[in-house]
Write a protein that binds this ligand. Structure first.
Ligand code: G3P
Length: 215
């Protein structure tokens, strides 16, 4: 399973990349806005830190505009994946991107049928948003499970990125249902590392070590 970091904060990306567990990065307009920096500068810097797929999102609402943005974004770096929202215009843009050899990540997926259409249009990745589904009392992970099953049934190569991850259980369940990727906030990565029994165990080893003669 691949782990992407879901942030545009280069400090967090630098720190997390030292752990050797990060395979890519996803951003969105909200995450970019939080940084208060030039969009392209941030994306370029992220590409210089992580050698893997880096998602950068379009903001046009028509397919022509999305495709133009996709061309510009894909010029930034060879690892750029263009994130396009799941709309009819988005699907048209995804199809054109596939023709032009530009990889896409179809975002704001909330139903398996949307994921089926995105894959058929030629998306390299789809991003179902589990946290936002949980927020409205729908089981986000059920959507992921059904997408994975549908893709398996037909040998579809589009990869499933579990997004809107809010806690370590989301990552665990994503892995259990065979999602290819989870994109996680830095805080969730920190939570995944820690276990109180690990800390207690280290302390006990250190205390016992002090009793070893001639150490
Ligand atoms: O990258 C999109 C997604 O991960 C957003 O998460 O927490 O804003 O629903 P959230």
């Amino acid at each position: 399973m691949k782990l992407f970091l879901d942030t545009a904060n280069v400090g967090q990306i630098r720190e997390a990349s030292k752990l050797g567990v990060i395979d890519g990065v996803t951003t969105n307009p909200s995450l970019i806005a939080k940084e208060g920096r030039d969009f392209k500068d941030v994306v370029k810097e992220i590409c210089s830190i992580v050698d893997g797929p880096i998602s950068a999102e379009t903001v046009a609402e028509d397919s022509e505009g999305m495709f133009k943005e996709a061309i510009e974004l894909s010029k930034i770096h060879k690892n750029i994946v263009v994130k396009i929202p799941m709309t009819a215009e988005g699907l048209k843009a995804v199809s054109r991107c596939r023709g032009a050899g530009i990889r896409t990540n179809v975002t704001l997926i909330f139903h398996p049928n949307q994921a089926l259409l995105a894959a058929k249009a030629g998306a390299s990745y789809v991003s179902p948003f589990v946290g936002r589904l949980d927020d409205v009392t729908e089981y986000g992970m059920d959507v992921v499970r059904r997408i994975v099953d549908i893709y398996d049934n037909y040998g579809i190569m589009t990869e499933v990125i579990v997004a809107s991850v809010r806690n370590p259980l989301h990552v665990l369940e994503a892995a259990e249902c065979g999602a290819h990727i989870a994109t996680i906030p830095y805080s969730v990565l920190q939570q995944m590392i820690k276990h109180p029994l690990t800390d207690i165990g280290i302390q006990k080893f250190l205390d016992d070590w002090k009793k070893v003669p001639g150490r």
